[in-house]
Write a protein that binds this ligand. Structure first.
Ligand code: BDR
Ligand code: CA
Length: 316
């Protein structure tokens, strides 16, 4: 079994990624690191605790990561995040206050400890800003050579950004951290807007969860319908919502869901094209590119597996 750590800024699609990881028989979810992003750090951490409780997974620990690197005290949740994910990050669905708290150990130290303990068996899936992973690399650079794979949701290579013309939301929150990760020696797979915007979920699928007649099925349907409505109302996509974060989980388990090209990648973090993920010209002829960038997706096959996984965990 693969040892997996999810690094979530728990909004709606992060919640779907969490359920997918819980449900996959090949995954041993060893912990969740909390990030800020779709909401404040504490809210995102609490959302993960609430969802784990809803899914009956109270033995999965949640570690708190770092607040926003440059605007620690003044970080405000962007209005667009509230419009897409709700004021509470999970579609304004009220879940019970969690019985557990976050772990005492920091998310950054948990990364370092897990890298030394599990080595190549460890898979990390960041689906928010990469502030925590960058901090771990800075604290202990050796982990870049230990970890098996990092499959992150973020960036855009062949399409425009979703928060600016050039930047995808996760990268845009902390472009410098993303650059630290992309320029490290970690084995990386980028699951960006190139593929996630093509992988849509509709109310036909969420109705299946509702029909399960369970608390978890109803909660997940309500949470996700908020997100589908937002995509419709904000004219992001009238046909459904993007499965950004759960696609990264799927690709980390079965890389054949996507086609990739291998490139040396960097992230612009000066004001010019802030947050753009792009090939690094200075390393075009380097024979060992560091990032597999997903550029095409078998969305029908992915959606089928996604629904099998979600139905299995939500029916209990
Ligand atoms: C990404 O930004 C966040 O709002 C989503 O959860 C996803 O991780 C999409 O750009
Ligand atoms: Ca996310």
């Amino acid at each position: 079994k693969k040892k997996m750590i999810l690094d979530l800024d728990t909004g709606v699609d992060d919640a779907l990624a969490l359920a997918y990881a819980v449900a996959d028989p090949e995954v041993d979810l060893i912990g969740i690191v909390a990030s800020y992003g779709n909401n404040l750090l504490d809210v995102c951490a609490e959302n993960s605790l609430k969802l784990l409780e809803l899914l009956g997974q109270t033995d999965v620990p949640v570690y708190k990561g770092l607040p926003h690197s440059s605007t620690t005290d003044s970080f405000e949740v962007m209005q667009v995040s509230k419009d897409i994910h709700g004021n509470n990050g999970i579609g304004d669905v009220e879940l019970p206050t969690p019985k557990r708290a976050v772990e005492a150990e920091s998310g950054v130290d948990f990364y370092i400890e897990a890298a030394h303990k599990y080595g190549k068996d460890l898979i990390i899936i960041p689906t928010g800003p990469m502030t925590n992973l960058a901090a771990a690399l800075e604290k202990d650079p050796e982990i870049a050579h230990l970890i098996g794979n990092v499959t992150f949701m973020g960036g855009a290579l062949t399409v425009e950004g979703n928060v600016t013309d050039v930047a995808e939301a996760n990268i845009n929150q902390d472009a410098k951290a993303a650059n630290t990760v992309l320029q490290s020696d970690l084995p990386l797979t980028m699951v960006g807007l190139d593929v996630t915007l093509r992988t849509l979920l509709t109310k036909k699928e969420t109705q299946q969860w509702r029909d399960l007649g369970t608390k978890a099925g109803k909660a997940y349907a309500d949470i996700t319908d908020f997100y589908i409505d937002a995509y419709y109302n904000l004219d992001i996509d009238k046909n459904g919502c993007a499965l950004h974060d759960p696609l990264a989980v799927g690709v980390s388990i079965d890389p054949t869901f996507v086609q990739t090209i291998s490139l040396f990648m960097k992230v612009n973090y000066d004001e010019h094209n802030y947050g753009r993920t792009i090939g690094d010209n200075s390393r075009l002829n380097d024979p060992n590119p560091n990032v597999k960038v997903a550029v095409n997706v078998d969305k029908e096959r992915y959606l089928k597996v996604f629904m099998e996984r979600l139905n299995s965990v939500l029916k209990e």
